[in-house]
Design a protein around this ligand. Structure first.
Ligand SMILES: [Zn+2]
Length: 122
C-alpha cells in the first residue's frame, strides 16, 4: 500500500512516515522531525587537502624566486602568478577556517611572487 499525502497529493512509499515532497506527516499523531541543518563550521576539514594546498601555493609562487636565484633564469617570474590560483579558490570557501588558510596562502604567494619579480628585475 502506498501512502498518499493529504496536503500535496504526492504518493509516497508505504514505509514513509512523512511526505517526501512536502514533509507533511503521513500517519496521524506523528510530529515532523526537526531537520538537522549543518552549519559550514560543522563540516570536517580535510587536513591533508589543506597541507597539499599549501605545498601547491608555495611551489607555484616561490619557484620563480628559487629558480631565479639558482639559475639566473628570469622567465620563471611570470609563472609564479599561478601561485594565486589556490588562495583565490580557498578564500571563496564558505568555511571560515578554509578562508583563513586562503588568506595565509595569499600572503605567502604575494611574498613569493614579489621576490620572484625582485630577482627578475635585479
Ligand atoms: Zn505532501
Amino acid at each position: 500500500m502506498t501512502r498518499q499525502c493529504e496536503k500535496c497529493g504526492f504518493v509516497n512509499q508505504d514505509d514513509y512516515d512523512f511526505c517526501a515532497k512536502c514533509g507533511n506527516p503521513l500517519i496521524e499523531g506523528v510530529q515532523p522531525k526537526n531537520f538537522v541543518v549543518l552549519k559550514p563550521e560543522d563540516y570536517k576539514i580535510n587536513t591533508k587537502a589543506i597541507i597539499i594546498s599549501y605545498i601547491v601555493t608555495i611551489f607555484l609562487s616561490w619557484s620563480g624566486f628559487i629558480i631565479g636565484l639558482l639559475f639566473k633564469n628570469n622567465r620563471m617570474a611570470a609563472v609564479t602568478f599561478f601561485g594565486f590560483f589556490m588562495p583565490f579558490y580557498l578564500v571563496q570557501s564558505r568555511h571560515p577556517t578554509i578562508r583563513k588558510h586562503g588568506i595565509i596562502q595569499l600572503i605567502i604567494s604575494l611574498i613569493g611572487i614579489s621576490l620572484s619579480f625582485y630577482v627578475m628585475l635585479h
